[in-house]
Every structure is written in structure tokens, then in C-alpha cells.
Design a protein around this ligand. Structure first.
Ligand code: CMX
Ligand code: CO
Length: 150
């Protein structure tokens, strides 16, 4: 296992009520482009990834990160509940890892609770898994192994 486990900040997840309005805000304010627009029923979200950074287009390029805008598919979803409880704002941080299975077993061994024992499918073909915010100082944390890891 290569330490540190986290290789980069992959994305920040932002909870919003209206995805199209949130995209417009990030485009008008920062000139960011939408790299992908996807619906993930299993995560209960419609979401957009907006690329930040000047690296060449592509997934997992060093120096490229994303803002992930998240609109809930319903009230009884992770983002729906978050909006009801806290309103719009920062929802989670996603960090790159080079081997998500290795990272999950190493992190699990420290006592931090894994919300996903096994990785799931995430945006742009990545494998993702979440760690419990209560064990990480109130920050919902996501591990991301990109389709083309760096
Ligand atoms: N960040 C920090 N704390 C959070 C949180 C968040 N995003 N979401 C919930 N919490 C806290 C709540 O504030 C609450 O804390 P207190 O008990 O201290 O008040 C506690 O967690 C429980 O809140 P809840 O509304 O009852 O939420 P649940 O227990 O049902 O679920 C969580 C919380 C984190 C386990 C759940 O949201 C989860 O499994 N998330 C992972 C999946 C996910 O978020 N998917 C959407 C993003 C998809 C993607 O990035 O691709
Ligand atoms: Co995410």
C-alpha cells in the first residue's frame, strides 16, 4: 500500500434544489463548463460535473478537479434529507485514491465507518465509496478511483 492514500482532491459536492439554475450560476460566475450530466438512481441524484483546472480534457488528469452539483431525485434521498435539514451548500468532499479496495480496507481498519463496504459506480465511470461524516469531523467524505487513475 502506498501512503498517503489520498492522491488529490477530485471534487467538491454541492447540494442544490435546482440543478439547471446551479449550473447557470457556476457558468455565469466562473465560466465553468459541464463535463458530464448524469442521473444516478442508486444515489438519488441528478448531477453535473463542472471541470476546474486547465489540464487536458479527460478523466483523472493530474491538476483537474470538479465541482459536482447535486439535485435530489426526491425528499427521501441523502441530498433531499440534507437540503431539508441544512439547506443548500457544501455536501461532501471527494478525494482521489489509486486503489479503492485497498483504501477501504486500510481506512476501515482505523475504525472510521464505511458507508459502502464495496465500491459503487459513480460519475464518469469512476468507482466510489463514502465514509461516515460523524467519524471525520462532520465531513461526508467520498473516495474516488477514476476510470483513468493518475
Ligand atoms: N455532511 C455532514 N453531515 C451530514 C451529512 C453531510 N452531507 N448528511 C447528513 N449528515 C449528518 C446529519 O447532520 C446528522 O447529524 P446529527 O445526528 O449530528 O444531527 C446525521 O448525519 C444523520 O442525518 P440524517 O439526515 O438522518 O441522514 P442519514 O443518517 O439518513 O444519512 C449519510 C446520512 C451521510 C449516512 C447519508 O447521507 C449517506 O449515506 N450518504 C452517502 C451517499 C450520498 O451522499 N450520495 C449522494 C452523492 C452522490 C455522489 O457524490 O456521486
Ligand atoms: Co461526489
Amino acid at each position: 500500500m502506498v501512503l498517503p492514500l489520498l492522491t488529490r482532491i477530485d471534487h467538491v459536492g454541492v447540494a442544490c434544489r435546482d440543478l439547471d439554475k446551479a449550473i447557470e450560476l457556476y457558468q455565469a460566475t466562473f465560466g465553468l463548463e459541464v463535463a458530464s450530466l448524469e442521473v444516478h438512481e442508486s444515489q438519488g441524484v441528478r448531477e453535473a460535473m463542472l471541470q476546474v483546472g486547465a489540464g487536458p480534457a479527460g478523466v483523472g488528469e493530474l491538476g483537474v478537479g470538479y465541482v459536482q452539483l447535486l439535485e435530489p431525485l426526491g425528499p427521501d434521498t441523502p441530498v433531499g434529507k440534507f437540503l431539508a435539514r441544512r439547506g443548500e451548500g457544501l455536501h461532501h468532499v471527494g478525494y482521489g485514491v489509486s486503489d479503492i479496495n485497498e483504501a477501504l480496507s486500510a481506512i476501515g481498519a482505523t475504525g472510521v465507518r464505511l458507508l459502502d463496504e464495496r465500491p459503487r459506480h459513480g460519475s464518469m465511470g469512476a468507482s466510489i465509496a463514502f465514509l461516515h461524516p460523524a467519524d471525520l469531523g462532520g465531513v461526508l467524505t467520498e473516495l474516488v478511483q477514476s476510470m483513468n487513475p493518475t
